[in-house]
Write a protein that binds this ligand. Structure first.
Ligand SMILES: [Fe+2]
Ligand SMILES: [Fe+2]
Length: 371
């Protein structure tokens, strides 16, 4: 469940009578949600009837085994704040503080987005598909914990996300179940690789551990790994989602969309990675290569991320994105700005098309041992 602290402070927003201490850890201010762009985390909804009617028999034993793992709730006692958090926020310089809070906000929003989707799914399919509903309920439990833990860290900086407001006001993207599978599978697996890469790096460089939340990443990422395994098993229970020509095209599309979005976003926020002693590009490269390799366990094709042209094109997206941000930041009427953005949007569309058309790699060739 979402901790009540995460939703209780709506009335303080913009209040002229707000106490002087508002914005302190004891009375965190409600942060306005970041503006929605193509790069911000999305909220999803789907066809609940189709989900409820899903036949799990082709892979029921594996799904049952995964559900049994979820029941064990390995991280039941993991997300407990300790004395290390006391005063930790005060040690950050203003620039690091700013980029770190952005990281917390974005992570909290995407964890919370997972919670909402899984919770709603478990509620809506409970009667007709109890095994699937139970798996979703366990995953919603994990994501609520993750989001709540991140939101508590935001409170250390005197800010808090109003998750109730987000639930009611954020736009929901509708995806057919199979698209939910591709998107959430990738976001769980990429989440695993992102968290574990940071954790391992900080183990080697403890002097770069700017906040105690990173101590929690090792067990945390195991939750994401299990969630990803669940979607892997679910796609194998619905083999048409990962078989045939259309499935191959969609898998390529989702891999590319997820990788390109992450790369452009992380390079634009490279200061956060610098604060941890990481190079955003190198970090993303590692995460993308690992996620691509993992995806070959279930997707019929993966991307040729070893091809240097793949990275050259991602860099062009980065530059176009920088140009778009510069236009946005400049003064001028909206229609003129849109006109000035047009060539960069066009260039982005062209690069994405070229990336999409790059020859993929058949997964049998990539992961022969598990296929
Ligand atoms: Fe999570
Ligand atoms: Fe997850």
């Amino acid at each position: 469940m979402v901790p009540p602290a995460a939703t209780a402070s709506t009335s303080l927003q913009g209040s002229p009578q707000a106490p002087a201490s508002l914005g302190s850890p004891s009375a965190p201010a409600v942060k306005d949600p970041a503006k929605d762009t193509i790069l911000t985390p999305r909220f999803y909804t789907t066809d609940f009837e189709a989900m409820a009617a899903m036949d799990l028999r082709p892979n029921e034993a594996e799904l049952e085994a995964i559900c049994e793992e979820f029941r064990k709730d390995y991280n039941r006692h993991h997300f407990v704040r300790n004395e290390e958090f006391e005063g930790a926020a005060d040690k950050l310089d203003p620039q690091t503080r700013k980029v770190f809070v952005e990281f917390l906000e974005q992570s909290c929003t995407s964890e919370f987005s997972g919670f909402l989707l899984y919770k709603e799914l478990s509620r809506r399919i409970k009667e007709k598909n109890p095994l699937l509903a139970e798996c979703f309920a366990h995953m919603a439990r994990d994501e609520a914990r993750h989001a709540g833990f991140l939101n508590k860290s935001m409170a250390d900086f005197g800010l808090q996300l109003d998750l109730g407001f987000l639930t009611a006001n954020k736009a929901y993207t509708y995806f057919k179940p199979k698209f939910i599978f591709y998107a959430t599978y990738l976001s769980e697996k990429i989440g695993y690789w992102r968290y574990i890469a940071i954790y391992r790096h900080l183990q080697k460089h403890p002097e770069s551990k700017i906040f105690p939340i990173f101590n929690f990443f090792e067990n945390w990422c195991q939750d994401e790994n299990r969630h990803g395994d669940f979607f892997d098993a679910l796609m194998k229970a619905q083999p048409d989602t990962v078989r045939g020509f259309t499935a191959r095209l969609w898998c390529r599309f989702f891999l590319l969309a997820v990788f390109a979005t992450m790369y452009v976003r992380d390079v634009a926020r490279k200061e956060f990675y610098e604060a941890l002693g990481l190079d955003a590009r190198e970090y993303d490269k590692e995460v993308i290569i690992k996620t691509n390799e993992t995806s070959a366990r279930v997707f019929p094709v993966v991307l040729d991320v070893e091809n240097p042209r793949f990275w050259v094109r991602l860099e062009r997206l980065v530059r176009n994105n920088e140009a778009l941000n510069a236009v946005e930041a400049a003064d001028g009427p909206a229609p003129i700005k849109a006109l000035r953005k047009l060539p960069f949007w066009g260039a982005n569309a062209l690069e994405m098309a070229k990336l999409f058309l790059m020859a993929p790699i058949r997964s049998e060739a990539f992961q022969p041992s598990v296929r």
